[in-house]
Write a protein that binds this ligand. Structure first.
Ligand code: FAD
Length: 290
């Protein structure tokens, strides 16, 4: 990193201006658990690293109104874990985040970094998509909101343009009888990335599904929102027939890579299985059993 300049920005404007001026040669630094590894291994060689951990708004957890949260992009997993109200409303988002690395990694790693790294296998991303979360982006032209399902363009590529920075993640207001869940499959039990990840977020009223969002990770160049799943699940009792139908839709949506960690067939099959398990887990949470 000897040629790399370091700037600890104190405001969003300072960070955005410095990034814009660097014209594509700067990277923002949150927890550094992706970026520093990439710099050390020569995958990334930024001229400027802009540390954003000192910007107050990026490190804040705000409850905008009762049950409606906005989480700063560099809030660490460890800090988010300590917010008991958020944990009660979004257990699936936290269970996704808790899978990232280890306790030490989670002391630094942020939801924002997991999203902006652009990996199709980032664990928190399917959970954020299922939650219906929006990314708040600041840039030279002001601020805008982007639904998380539109944030990734391909492996390592996001909608962020020169000078643009993720400020926060906005979670929608929670209605009662709602819960989410995230499950992933890895060949190893610890410190591995997902071969498949699945996030499910549902609401039930008198056992009928009134809201559903399903997302899959690591089965395509970008994390996927399975829109057809919502159409079939809403209005159903999430009975076996419905779950079988949606499981098939999840499998049909898969377009995964074939590698030593999982073949195309394996990843596709596991996507269908994880969808069913995550949906059952979310429903059990609404019933207060998990
Ligand atoms: C041992 C180990 C195990 C891991 N295990 C997992 C795992 O199981 N699952 C998983 O998904 N990941 C895993 N990771 C990857 C990593 O920990 C996560 O992706 C983490 O959430 C990244 O967050 P960070 O704050 O450290 O990001 P950083 O490394 O700081 O940033 C990541 C990327 O996002 C950009 N960025 C960060 N913040 C912003 C912002 N606000 N606006 C614009 N761009 C931004 C950076 O420039 C960089 O390109 C692991 C990493 C290690 C080292």
């Amino acid at each position: 990193m000897s040629d790399t300049q370091y700037l600890a920005a104190k405001t969003i404007d300072e960070a955005v201006n410095a990034h814009e001026k660097a014209n594509g040669t700067a990277r923002f630094l949150a927890g550094g658990t992706d970026l520093l590894v990439q710099i050390k291994s020569g995958i990334r060689k930024p001229n400027l690293v802009i540390d954003i951990k000192k910007i107050v708004e990026l490190n804040s957890i705000n409850e905008i109104s009762d049950g409606e949260f906005e989480i700063g992009a560099s809030v660490s997993g460890a800090n988010l874990n300590r917010n008991s109200k958020f944990a009660k409303l979004w257990p699936g988002v936290l269970e996704a985040f808790r899978l990232i690395g280890s306790e030490q990694i989670q002391g630094r790693a942020s939801l924002g970094g997991n999203l902006c790294n652009g990996s199709p296998a980032g664990d928190s991303v399917p959970a954020l998509i299922a939650a219906g979360c929006k990314a708040v982006i600041a840039g030279p032209k002001g601020r805008k909101d982007v639904p998380i399902e539109n944030f990734h363009l391909g492996p390592g590529k996001t909608v962020l343009e020169n000078g643009e920075m993720l400020v926060s993640l906005k979670f929608p207001k929670r209605v009662s009888n709602s819960a989410d869940a995230y499950l992933r499959m890895t060949p190893r039990t610890e410190m591995d990335i997902a071969v498949v990840g699945c996030g499910v977020n549902i609401s039930l009223e008198n056992d009928i599904c009134t809201h559903a969002r399903v997302s899959l990770g690591a089965v395509a160049p970008t994390p996927l929102l399975i829109e057809e799943a919502s159409d079939i699940m809403i209005g159903s009792k999430l009975d076996d027939d419905t779950l079988d139908r949606v499981s098939k839709i999840c499998m049909d949506a898969c377009n995964p890579i074939n590698d030593k960690r999982g073949t195309v067939d394996y990843r596709t099959k596991v996507a269908g299985v994880l969808f069913k398990r995550a949906t059952k887990l979310a429903a059990e949470r609404i019933g207060g059993n998990k």
